[in-house]
Design a binder for this molecule. Structure first.
Ligand SMILES: Cc1cc2nc3c(=O)[nH]c(=O)nc-3n(C[C@H](O)[C@H](O)[C@H](O)COP(=O)(O)O)c2cc1C
Length: 303
């Protein structure tokens, strides 16, 4: 459903509804992205693409639990020079395609950004939850200086909007949000670091030992971080983390998100989730007296 109530925009990019496919779920391939757009997503974010093809970790790379998923895929991707064709296929639907990239430093991010822009994406999403060359186990997204340098250099390299996707695995999210000041919007949140143990095998469930937690269980963390960043900085935010129904979308919106991304829920409920949530959201907004989704952005923030 694409009612007027749901129509919105993010950094000048028009959206039929506030629901976008999150990076990493059925989006390495142009045809699956096109299918998801036809099934009702307003836009898609691609799988995070790096400079070179990566096969990722050996299985097991996912460990599902009650209300959550733990994954350590290992940034599997075909490499930027093999990815233009996938974008072209997804773009044929006529809806926005947002290119997600990851790299080890500002120079690599800028090169990838330029190539992604040349493929015709509507915006870039910078995946800052990737390994930090300076520290074992830490993420680029936990270093404010690295975040600032990467965002500034990418902004200089391209003319399309740049979204900085922040890691929740930090002590002070507001400090990182401020470091990403040059970004046109912030995306909150990426997965939360976690692990699981297979007690029968007496070892970690994932080959990589540590993984990223996603799914319904992380929603309160995502909502809290969106709220905190919106309240302290007033920035434009795209909310993501554990969304599975219209009420979840509205929670993120009332906490300060202009639109949202859906990820893990697709694995549980399939591609039909976008039209289902859109229909429910339109009804919910009507019941609550909102003429348009944008009127609900940040209304829960205490002044
Ligand atoms: C299997 C899997 C792969 C993911 N791959 C990426 C990725 O390549 N880049 C990225 O920025 N986020 C990636 N994510 C994180 C999601 O985009 C999202 O931020 C996170 O899962 C929280 O949303 P959700 O609970 O709706 O899944 C991945 C998540 C999952 C479950």
């Amino acid at each position: 459903m694409n009612s007027e109530r749901l129509r919105t925009e993010i950094c000048g990019i028009k959206l039929d509804n506030p629901l976008i496919l999150a990076s990493g779920i059925l989006d390495e391939n142009g045809y699956t992205m096109a299918r998801i757009l036809r099934e009702g997503a307003a836009a898609v974010v691609t799988k995070s693409i790096g400079s070179d093809e990566r096969t990722g970790y050996m299985p097991p790379v996912v460990s599902p639990g009650d209300g959550y998923l733990l994954n350590a895929i290992g940034l599997t991707n075909p490499g930027i020079d093999n990815y233009g064709e996938e974008i072209a296929i997804a773009r044929e639907v006529g809806k926005p395609v947002i290119g997600s990239i990851f790299g080890k430093d500002a120079e690599e991010f800028s090169t990838l950004a330029g190539k992604m822009e040349s493929f015709g994406v509507s915006a870039l999403e910078l995946n800052l939850s990737c390994p930090h060359v300076k520290g074992f186990g830490s993420e680029i997204g936990s270093d404010p200086d690295a975040v600032e340098e990467i965002v500034n250099e990418v902004k200089r390299a391209v003319s399309i909007p740049v979204f900085a996707k922040l890691s929740p695995n930090v002590t002070d999210i507001v400090q990182i949000a401020k470091a990403a000041e040059a970004a046109d919007a912030l995306v909150l949140i990426n997965t939360i670091r976690g692990m699981a143990i297979d007690v029968f095998a007496r070892k970690p469930s994932l080959t990589n030992v540590y993984g990223g937690l996603s799914g319904r269980a992380i929603k309160p963390v995502g909502v809290r971080l969106v709220y905190e960043v919106k309240k302290e900085t007033g920035r434009t935010i795209i909310g993501v983390g554990g969304i599975s129904c219209a009420q979840d979308v509205l929670e993120y919106v009332m906490a300060g998100s202009s639109c949202v991304e859906l990820g893990t829920v697709l694995m549980e409920e399939g591609k039909g989730i976008f039209s289902k949530v859109s229909t429910e959201l339109s009804i919910l907004l009507d019941q609550l007296g909102f003429d348009n989704i944008s009127d609900a952005v940040g209304v829960a923030i205490s002044k």
